[in-house]
Ligand binder design. Structure first.
Ligand SMILES: [Fe+2]
Length: 301
């Protein structure tokens, strides 16, 4: 892509993104951060993740949290997504509390933020279908809302199969975005002047605004797993889900339990933990965290 270069963000060199990184993300809707997950943590997450992938491949499994697609050439039922990860993986709780990510989320969302969606998406070796161009959210979110995913890569994604995105497209009107999405998908186009390719190494994390246009070509490469955690400010949550006020403290308890899990994880060393400190009106009543409910169904956006 002409005239576009991502800032070099290396999580080993700082404890959070810089103000200029934050400005870049607000302008372009994508930000790549290298070396976020340390090797020891990555190994644990990958191992636990594999257990879920294997469970997803069980043809008898009947669990709505496990999502499937039909492979275009073989008609096989192929698993591609698992929801409510903190409910299923202890290492996902630890990962959600990653201090570099949460300190960076706080810069982008303000101190009153909550985690919302959580999923793992994977392309099985040799069966990775293309992901058509799309936005992750519909028009109900305010366009300027800092609503975004942190995409934690557990495996490498090389140039040929990596995510494609259109920087700045989070600002397009719904009509312009839909026109562009339809044109790209009709042409099966994954390269072009304003399209950036985002190769990732295992352990890297990408922030992508839910309105940034993105997609990826078919992959016949090795297994690729990405864990997605979404974040938004409480103010935005109140606008988009006014009928679900209980969601906010429930997710704050999840976050608190995840911070506790990270503090107790034997494979996490030498980091300054994130300290969650929303405005007094949003301070949650945490109570006993041993009974935290992680499986919290959320509204459709
Ligand atoms: Fe997406």
């Amino acid at each position: 892509m002409c005239g576009f270069s991502l800032p070099e963000v290396d999580a080993r060199l700082s404890d959070r993104i810089s103000d200029s990184d934050a400005a870049f993300f607000r302008e372009h809707g994508v930000l790549l951060m290298k070396n976020v997950i340390a090797p020891e943590e990555l190994a644990v997450v990958k191992e636990e993740s594999m257990v879920l992938v294997e469970k997803a491949m069980d043809p008898e499994l009947d669990d709505p949290d496990y999502k499937y697609a039909t492979h275009p050439s073989t008609d096989a039922r192929v698993p591609f997504r698992i929801d409510y990860l903190t409910h299923k993986m202890q290492s996902a709780r630890v990962l959600l509390a990653h201090p570099f990510i949460l300190k960076s989320v706080e810069i982008l969302c303000g101190r009153n933020f909550i985690p919302t969606w959580e999923s793992k998406v994977f392309k099985l070796a040799g069966t990775g279908a293309a992901v058509n161009w799309h936005r992750d959210a519909g028009p109900t979110l305010p366009a300027e809302a800092p609503v975004f995913f942190a995409d934690f890569y557990l495996d490498d994604a090389d140039e040929s199969t990596a995510l494609r995105a259109i920087p700045g497209s989070q600002k397009l009107s719904r009509t312009d975005a839909m026109n562009r999405i339809n044109a790209l998908n009709e042409a099966e186009q994954f390269a072009g002047d304003d399209i950036v390719i985002l190769p990732m190494k295992a352990g890297d994390v990408l922030f992508h605004n839910v309105h940034t246009l993105h997609g990826s070509p078919a992959a016949s490469s090795a297994l690729r797993r990405v864990i997605y955690f979404a974040f938004r400010s409480i103010e935005v949550e109140k606008i988009t889900s006014p009928n679900m006020p209980a969601f906010i403290p429930a997710k704050q308890r999840v976050l608190a339990a995840c911070l506790q899990a990270r503090a107790n994880a034997p494979y996490i060393h030498g980091e300054a933990p994130f300290s969650y400190s929303p405005d007094p009106e949003w301070l949650p009543e945490l109570g006993d965290l041993s009974d935290v409910k992680y499986h919290i169904p959320h509204l459709e956006l």
